[in-house]
Write a new protein. Structure first.
Length: 95
């Protein structure tokens, strides 16, 4: 019973901890609290839009445990996009 409870806690708090770590790294890398906050909001909105498309547009109501991995995939792709766009913006000042 304790192992089940610990698994539920890990399933709940692990994405939150990773999301928080990503937000802190945004602040460190971007050196701007405003840009980091907008980046985090962008990622949160991307989850909402993805769910709307998935459920409403495609009509898929099935949700499996493996769908939880999508959280980490979307977080990784979105974080990479933020870093690429920010670095391109910084390099455009030299042009």
């Amino acid at each position: 019973m304790l192992a089940l409870r610990l698994a539920q806690i890990a399933r709940t708090y692990l994405p939150v901890a990773i999301f928080t770590a990503t937000a802190l790294y945004f602040i460190f890398h971007l050196r701007s609290l405003v840009l980091a906050a907008y980046s985090v909001i962008l990622i949160i909105f991307s989850f909402a839009v993805t769910q709307i498309i998935y459920i409403e547009l495609f009509g898929i109501g099935f949700f499996h445990t493996l769908h939880n991995l999508v959280i980490f995939i979307v977080l990784g792709i979105s974080a990479d996009n933020v870093f690429v766009i920010f670095d391109a913006w910084k390099q455009s000042q030299n042009i």
